[in-house]
Design a protein around this ligand. Structure first.
Ligand code: PLP
Length: 478
């Protein structure tokens, strides 16, 4: 067993488990030069600290976590080349060498004339949507990521998500489940009128929708629709390299292109590109906003200088910019991307083979478990997702997050829970951090979870804040 390596270094178009003898273990394409020791704890210890944390793993100390799958954002490991780059970072206030390095890499990647560095993705969002947004404006997306939605709604605008009906089935095996519904897009633009549309925002890969990819064809159709209606197109593309992997292996006509060529082709379809470098930038902090239009760029630059920093550093130090410039090259390395996508799929495919219900097919950066189907005996108002999150921590020291009624649930006038659409648990995979044996360990812990599933009980909220309750709520087991 192992991460299955397909012949000729090229996986098939689907992600079925391969069992042919010829396949080899896909070993991590890096070796370890520096280690961060992990604390091994006992189940009794974890039960106690989780209780103290009100059964909310967000309130745990990271020291008490063995395998942290809370997020893939800013949790990756930098390479020796990136760390080497940190040492030659130019910390000049203006016109630094490291800025020139970053700017040239990003211009080459996006083909856009203007590059604005920011401290993270949401700062780029606040600047751009602060200008494009406003009361009565409408934004349309395949799915707005939470910070995107928050920054748009903060301006008084409306944010609409349109996934085609066929993609909403958690089981249906489609190659590009992250696509936007183009028919609905046209309909909505006509309904609201082009002048009211702040922008179309394509999230690539579609983070809040299972990390599912967007096809080149879908992006081209969106470009055509935007051109026809004179609507602005933003690519929210912090996982653009992961998306390129799926295009190369699943979409006709891309097999002979490099991942970087595919990313360049897609980015040239946008009017603006926003990137949280904490994802495919392979760094722990950073963000980017790039634009084609001179006038819009001037407006954004003014806001950048007020709140982030001068135009040649944004919210970043020279060494940060150096590390992003190097990371944006490394992320397109075929060995890295193959390992990245296959290792995420490895966890998902093996969970599925054990009988754990997962969102299918497996996306790029995370595996989503359907807790409602895993625990049919736990009603939604007893938060099956939170129960799984807690059990994974107690049984194995694994930390992850509920994406269900704890995160998105609301109450009606009689304080009855209006549940979320799904009760999911997300296992996000940090980049270049865990080895296959860590992931095999996670799979072992699921054996315990499956064994106990019939007798597992639900939980109840004992404290909750008015907003974003998943971060600080407290629970008790029933
Ligand atoms: C992470 C993320 C953001 C926000 O970026 P931060 O660096 O966390 O501020 C925006 N859009 C998408 C799709 C993301 O995944």
């Amino acid at each position: 067993m192992g991460y299955f390596c397909y012949p000729a270094h090229c996986p098939g178009p689907d992600l079925k488990i391969m069992t042919e003898k010829k396949l080899r273990t896909l070993a991590e394409p890096f070796r370890i030069k520096m280690v961060e020791p992990l604390k091994i704890t006992t189940e009794e210890y974890r039960e106690e600290v989780l209780k103290k944390a009100g059964f909310n793993p967000f309130l745990l100390r990271s020291e008490d976590v063995f395998i942290d799958l809370l997020t893939d954002s800013g949790t990756g490991a930098m390479s020796d080349r990136q760390w080497g780059g940190m040492m030659i970072g130019d910390e000049s206030y203006a016109g630094a060498r490291s800025w020139e390095h970053l700017e040239s890499v990003v211009k080459e990647l996006t083909g856009m004339a203007h590059v604005l560095p920011t401290h993270q993705g949401r700062a780029a969002e606040r600047i751009l949507y602060g200008i494009l947004g406003g009361k009565d404006k409408v934004f349309i997306s395949n799915t707005h990521f939470d910070t995107t939605r928050a920054n748009i709604e903060f301006t008084g605008a409306n944010a609409l998500d349109i996934i085609p009906p066929t993609s909403r089935d958690p089981e249906v095996d489609l190659p590009f489940k992250g696509n936007i519904d183009t028919e609905e897009l046209e309909r909505l633009i006509v309904k609201h009128g082009s002048s009211q549309i702040g922008a179309v925002v394509m999230t690539v890969t579609n983070n809040s929708f299972g990390g599912q990819p967007v096809s080149m064809q879908n992006m081209k159709e969106v470009r055509t629709i935007c051109d026809r209606n004179k609507v602005f197109l933003v690519i929210d593309g912090c996982r653009i390299a992961e998306n390129s992997y799926f295009i190369k292996h699943r979409e006709n006509g891309f097999a002979d292109k490099t991942y970087e060529e595919i990313a360049k082709e897609m980015l040239r379809l946008g009017d603006a590109f926003i990137m949280s470098a904490k994802k495919d930038g392979l760094v722990n902090m950073g963000g980017l906003l790039t634009l084609k239009d001179d006038e819009l760029s001037r407006k954004c630059t003014n806001l950048l200088i007020i709140s982030e920093g001068f135009t040649t550093y944004g919210g970043l130090s020279g060494r940060d910019m150096e590390a992003i410039a190097i990371g944006l090259k490394e992320v397109f390395d075929p060995d890295y991307l193959h390992y990245r996508i296959r290792s995420t799929a490895y966890l998902g495919e093996h969970l599925r083979a054990k009988g754990v219900p997962v969102l299918w097919p497996i996306g790029g950066h995370a595996v989503y478990i359907d807790a409602k189907r895993l625990y049919p005996n736990i009603p939604v108002n007893e938060y099956p997702g939170q129960v799984l999150v807690c059990d994974l921590y107690v049984k194995g020291g694994i930390r992850c997050v509920e994406v269900g009624s704890v995160m998105f649930g609301k109450y009606d006038e009689r304080h009855q829970l209006i549940p979320a659409q799904n009760e999911l648990v997300r296992l996000a995979i940090p980049r270049r951090v865990y080895t296959q044996s860590h992931i095999d360990y996670v799979l072992d812990v699921f054996d315990d979870i499956l064994e106990l599933r019939k007798q597992t009980r639900g939980c109840r909220i004992t404290y909750e804040p008015p907003f974003l309750r998943h971060f600080t709520s407290q629970f008790e087991r029933l």
